[in-house]
Write a protein that binds this ligand. Structure first.
Ligand code: GLU
Length: 319
């Protein structure tokens, strides 16, 4: 898809002839429409569905570990010696390909590596499957992956589709804008503001509920960064973890306003893979107790989101 932006012809064509450049006062140039290439799947009027009325369950409550052993949990893997993990490979800080080493890196990636090591004995016995937000439920339920560790919020509607672990991070949705935009928070957004976010995520519903702005969705929220830089949209909204990674890439942008949603992250599994969920819950408890979780937080998020990590609640269902 292509959108048009108005630019001055003179600025684009530059000096085509020395004689023209020598002229101290060039004639005024007409405005021209310049096409801006847009990402595939961009939607300027997304259907964000009705309010899922996220009640009726405790989204944080998962399955008691019950001292389940790795051998038992591995029976729910497609191949008991290898774990196939859905991840993002383009989300700076959370899951991205290091341009120098070519390795996947980030908070989600390190949490996943640690879980894989505890489950099958080596973090090398993993197959990474990159995916967008909108692909996560289908990926676990079709058996394409054994688990998803990808900034995925646990909520009651998603619990109907997948199993979740206990909470391994607690994020919140915020706004990313150009520092000189004059937008300091939700209160400054009007119906004329276009706010870019990821399709298939919790973010479009949250921004529609909490502001006047018009959500614009793209399949991969990382495409929002270019759209903001091009001036096609006025702001980006998604989790603070993801926005922090975008802000690092462009010093003219800043994260503004308070968090306006709760985004507790869980590892997702196919419906029925409760042994895998139990094992991962035991591993997450151990990682919190033995300091591994804190090390991963300090490595990736503390420099950008503060030395004090958010509180995590480990909750189990009454069975
Ligand atoms: N945590 C939110 C979600 O799971 C937004 C981030 C994302 O799209 O991955 O929908």
């Amino acid at each position: 898809m292509i959108r048009f932006r108005t630019l001055w012809a003179a600025a684009l064509t530059g000096c085509l002839a020395l004689t023209a450049c020598a002229n101290p006062e060039p004639p005024p140039s007409p405005e021209v429409e310049v096409p801006v290439p847009l990402p595939d799947g961009i939607d300027f009027d997304p259907d964000i569905g009705s309010d899922p009325a996220d009640t009726g369950c405790d989204p944080l409550a998962s399955y008691e570990p019950d001292s389940i052993g790795a051998a038992e949990a591995r029976e729910q893997l497609d191949d008991p010696d290898r774990v196939v993990v859905g991840i993002s490979q383009s989300t700076n800080l959370m899951g991205y390909r290091d341009p120098v080493s070519g390795d996947l890196s980030g908070f989600d990636v390190d949490i996943a590596k640690e879980l894989v090591e505890r489950l099958v004995g080596s973090a090398d016995d993993v197959q990474w499957v990159p995916m967008t937000s909108g692909e996560r439920e289908e990926a676990v339920n079709s058996g394409r992956v054994d688990m998803v560790v990808r900034t995925m919020t646990m909520n009651c509607s998603r619990w109907e589709e997948v199993e979740f672990s206990t909470e391994y991070y607690h994020a919140g949705q915020r706004l990313l804008v150009a520092s000189d935009s004059g937008i300091e928070g939700l209160q400054d957004l009007t119906g004329d503001h276009l706010v870019c976010t990821g399709a298939g995520s919790t973010s479009p519903r949250n921004i529609a509920d909490d502001s006047e702005a018009q959500p614009v969705t793209v399949p991969d929220f990382n495409d929002c960064l270019v759209l903001l830089q091009q001036g096609v949209v006025d702001a980006i909204t998604t989790d603070d973890t993801i926005l922090a990674g975008m802000a690092i890439q462009d010093p003219t942008l800043e994260v503004v306003g308070e968090a306006f949603s709760e985004e507790p992250y869980g590892v997702a599994f196919a419906k029925g893979d409760t042994d895998l969920a139990r094992f991962v819950n035991g591993a997450l408890e151990d990682m919190i107790d033995d300091g591994t979780w804190q090390e991963i937080y300090d490595r990736w998020l503390a420099p950008h989101l503060g030395a004090e990590p958010p509180d995590l609640q480990t909750k189990y269902q009454d069975e």
